[in-house]
Design a protein around this ligand. Structure first.
Ligand code: COA
Length: 330
């Protein structure tokens, strides 16, 4: 068999800020209840960044842990891709601060904005850089400080979001038995207003009025997102398994975007996919957008749920609208 260059996940890391925001805390802020949030979403608590933390500081912590677990020095990295919709600054990219703080002086860097699908988009891009020989050691990060863009007077959205960061090291290997096997990405810009932040960009720059009107916070059409998410989660699961000729038995773990337990259950039940093989940590961290998959993957690997030889599916969907999936042999 000819030896191909494959892109393998060789290390993972994550970071969650220590401050916890519980459903009981939210009960004091908006008209809601622990019972409502738990029943409708599965979320019990989420993390919130400290005042001196932001997207790049959390990303750096996750990245250090990923590099340590891969046994690689940051100076060996040739690419850092950071998926985020809550960057430190609009300019430059958060990945620039990450590069500086890691001392990854040989890495090219960029941020990617595809919301909750961002991490899988970055994985897809980095995979191709590796397979074509352009890069050998890539760091892919999903990091979000959504608490800075969440309207804590809007009960329809503030119950969902949390902060955190996850990272993976993707390296070139000449081993056909492991690596990223399949990736798929899609988008539909007609759904731009399902989840969006109206102000602060070139269309509606910051002004006293935009601040007064609370237009720098994420706005969401919850019901519409709900329907979209179920449909796409189902489609991605089916597509990934079909593309790699996998049955439910062949898949060791699905790591979905941590969106809402009802969405995850509904999509997997329709396909008779066992919930025991779906990684869920939404109860602890809520929806951390681009960070949710790499955080969950890191937990799944560190807890021994999956490891070398496991076949995993990564499934994501989010604002844009965007959706993306990957099949990886660890
Ligand atoms: N606490 C109590 N009641 C709430 C509430 C809250 N936090 N948020 C909304 N409600 C109320 C609504 O006002 C509505 O009341 P009404 O019937 O008197 O008008 C009722 O609950 C039902 O609202 P609805 O929006 O239809 O609820 P839902 O079952 O769709 O659940 C979400 C709302 C947001 C939890 C759900 O739509 C969801 O998870 N959507 C996906 C959002 C998401 O994940 N976005 C990020 C995507 S990557």
């Amino acid at each position: 068999m000819t030896r191909q260059i494959r892109a393998a996940i060789t290390g993972t890391g994550s970071y969650l800020p220590s401050k916890v925001l519980t459903n009981a805390d939210l009960e004091k802020m908006v008209d809601t209840s622990d019972e409502w949030i738990t029943r409708r979403t599965g979320i019990k608590e989420r993390r919130v960044a400290a005042e001196d933390e932001c997207t790049s500081t959390m990303a750096v912590e996750a990245a250090r842990r990923a590099c340590d677990s891969a046994g690689i020095d940051p100076s060996e990295l040739d690419l850092i891709a950071c998926a985020t919709i809550s960057p430190d600054t609009l300019c430059p990219a958060s990945a620039c601060y990450v590069q500086r703080d890691l001392g990854a002086k040989n890495a090219a860097v960029f941020d990617l904005s595809a919301a909750c699908s961002g991490f899988v988009y970055c994985l897809t891009i980095a995979r191709r850089f590796i397979e074509t020989g352009q890069c050998k050691n890539c760091l892919i990060i999903g990091a979000e400080t959504l608490s800075r863009f969440t309207d804590y007077t809007d009960r329809g959205s503030c119950i969902l979001f949390g902060d955190g960061a996850g990272a993976v090291v993707l390296q070139a290997v000449e081993d056909n038995s492991r690596g990223v096997k399949y990736t798929v990405m899609h988008a539909d810009g007609n759904g731009w207003d399902y989840i969006w932040t109206p102000a602060g960009g070139s269309k509606l720059p910051a002004s006293h009025k935009t601040v007064d009107d609370r237009l720098h916070f994420l706005k969401m059409r919850g019901r519409d997102v709900y329907k979209f998410a179920i449909e796409k989660m189902q489609w991605l699961l089916e597509d990934c398994m079909k593309a790699c000729n996998l049955s439910n038995d062949d898949v060791d773990l699905v790591v979905p975007h941590q969106v809402n337990i009802r969405i995850i259950k509904s999509a997997t039940e329709k396909l008779n996919f066992p919930l025991e093989k779906v990684y869920v940590n939404i109860d602890k961290y809520g929806n951390t957008s681009a960070a949710s998959i790499p955080i969950a993957l890191d937990e799944a690997i560190r807890s021994g749920k999956v490891g070398r030889g496991s076949t995993i599916l990564l499934i994501a969907f989010g604002a844009g609208l965007t959706w993306a999936g990957a099949v990886v042999e660890l």
